[in-house]
Design a protein around this ligand. Structure first.
Ligand code: ADP
Length: 486
């Protein structure tokens, strides 16, 4: 699929250190999850090169942080325009290495680019403050300064957007960055970096360390005294390791970790709208996003109707290679992901759940990493999906009686990223919105992401917010100036 890129120069396979493409001594293979084909061999950097990347970011910092905000803004704007201009090629790279259907990949390019546009605008609004003084011979100022060198470790499920969501606010604020993209999807990251160079973003401001030694490179980024901020999106398990590794250097952290999103449908809901919202929130990227619904709770009065209509909707979704026209559900990212879906499904069925549609892996299709979109009725709280994120196309549906019961079930998790519910009664909408322990709540809607809103979780789903006017706060420090002797 990559032979069809309009701009062959976007297929970069070397790492980017200090503005230079760097081949290093070793390579690792990147595969297409739909076919299993090897797409490219990418530079495999280690801890030593990660230190070089940090050095390059340190070197670039003084000039970048003192650049007028308007100039940083213009360079980001140019990068945004190039990302949009190369939407088709970037989408092809995303589908090739990540598997999501091409239409969804185009959507990711638009979404990913929107963070660059947004933070190009925000770069000009990192304002300071003048405070009322507490003594006549004093004046009190607050500066908002870039935190310094930042590191970003990103996942494979949004190969572009998870990078721009971190890199754009960092460089808008005047920071320099070292990115370690997921080893499963480095090609999109490198193409984005190529476009950043073309946009004129100076050498060393954005460095990309490709590696399949995530733990080794991760440790260097965490332990470095020069890296002042680490942003990570990925599993809660790895988030905990990184947080621990960052403790000795008291690094500022932004963590966007696992979710286990509940989706509640109340008796007063518009069931047809709930079915559409449920489908969108569950099956995007084959269920492999951290805001994908993991568990459904439907009130008894509409339970049977919802299950029947939802299963009918799911049956319309075609499974296949994301490059094929009309495919709604692509492959899972790796064999272990198929195993996890299987494990959650078997556990649920053993404990009394009923398969309404789907229920089987599709080992004969392509790479063998496909799974039928599956709907399970009669699911209960004791099943694995209630505690663990499935990250796949499995939709277990629990029946409930009362609002209190549904809220308690929704909150019975260490996670708190996204949640969704459908209802029409205004008092209930307010009550449930306030009671859900989640950083984000979709009310009568199944897709909630946008560059304009603060994305993030509570509890063990993470720290900090990305996007919106709040997103840049992660990358600035307040400095208080007390001017005396006036
Ligand atoms: P996912 O479930 O999305 O694969 P991971 O947390 O395993 O989540 O991976 C997200 C990112 O974290 C990837 O870039 C991966 O390479 C990286 N990663 C995995 N383990 C570690 C680690 N021990 N230290 C640093 N980064 C890691």
């Amino acid at each position: 699929p990559l032979a069809l890129l309009e701009d062959a120069q976007l297929l970069r396979t070397d790492a980017l250190l200090g503005g230079q493409w760097f081949a290093g001594g070793a390579r690792f293979a990147v595969h297409d999850p739909a076919t299993g084909d090897r797409l490219a061999d990418v530079a495999n950097l280690g801890p030593r090169e990660a230190r070089h990347a940090i050095d390059a970011a340190c070197e670039a910092l003084p000039a970048w942080r003192t650049r007028p905000a308007k100039e940083r803004s213009q360079l980001l704007r140019r990068w945004f325009e190039l990302l949009v201009q190369h939407q088709e090629d970037l989408a092809r790279l995303i589908t090739a290495e990540g598997g999501k259907p091409l239409a969804e990949a185009r959507g990711e390019v638009a979404y990913g680019a929107s963070f660059v546009e947004w933070f190009a605008e925000e770069a000009k609004r990192v304002n300071g403050e003048v405070l009322p003084h507490f003594q006549n011979d004093r004046r009190l100022l607050v500066l908002r300064q870039p935190i310094g060198v930042c590191a970003a470790i990103t996942p494979w499920n949004f190969p572009l957007a998870m990078i721009t969501r971190k890199v754009a606010p960092a460089i808008a604020a005047g920071c320099t960055v070292v990115v370690k993209p997921a080893e499963l999807t480095p090609l999109t990251a490198l193409a984005a970096a190529e476009l950043a160079l073309r946009a004129g973003i100076p050498a060393g401001v954005l460095n990309v360390v490709t590696s399949d030694d995530a733990a080794g490179v991760g440790r260097v980024l965490c332990e470095s005294e020069h890296v002042r901020h680490l942003s990570f999106t990925g599993s809660t398990e790895v988030g905990r390791i990184l947080m621990k590794q960052c403790a000795p250097t008291i690094k500022k952290l932004s963590l966007e970790l696992g979710g286990n999103a509940p989706f509640l449908v109340f008796d007063d809901a518009d069931v047809d709208a709930a079915v559409e919202g449920a489908f969108a929130s569950k099956y995007r990227n084959a269920g492999q996003t951290c805001v994908c619904t993991n568990r459904f709770y439907v009130q008894e009065g509409v339970y049977d109707e919802f299950v029947e209509k939802f299963a009918a909707r799911v049956q319309q979704a075609r499974v296949g290679n994301g490059f094929e026209e009309g495919v709604a559900i692509g492959p899972l990212i790796e064999p272990a992901a198929v195993e996890k879906v299987k494990r959650h499904l078997e556990d649920a069925v053993a404990k009394g759940a009923r398969i309404v549609t789907g229920g089987k892996p599709l080992p004969e299709l392509g790479s063998g990493q496909f799974f039928e979109p599956t709907v399970l009725a009669d699911a209960t709280a004791g099943m694995l999906f209630a505690r663990e994120e499935t990250f796949g196309p499995l939709a277990p549906i629990v029946r409930f009686k009362t609002e209190e019961e549904a809220i308690a079930a929704a909150n019975a998790t260490e996670f708190g990223l996204a949640s969704y519910f459908y209802a029409r009664d205004m008092a209930r909408i307010i009550r449930v919105s306030e009671a859900l322990e989640a950083g984000m709540v979709g009310v009568n809607v199944g897709l909630i992401s946008s560059e304009q809103v603060p994305f993030g979780g509570v509890k063990q789903s993470g720290l900090g917010r990305e996007g919106s006017s709040h997103g840049i706060e992660e990358y600035v420090e307040l400095k208080y100036l007390c001017l005396g002797g006036l």
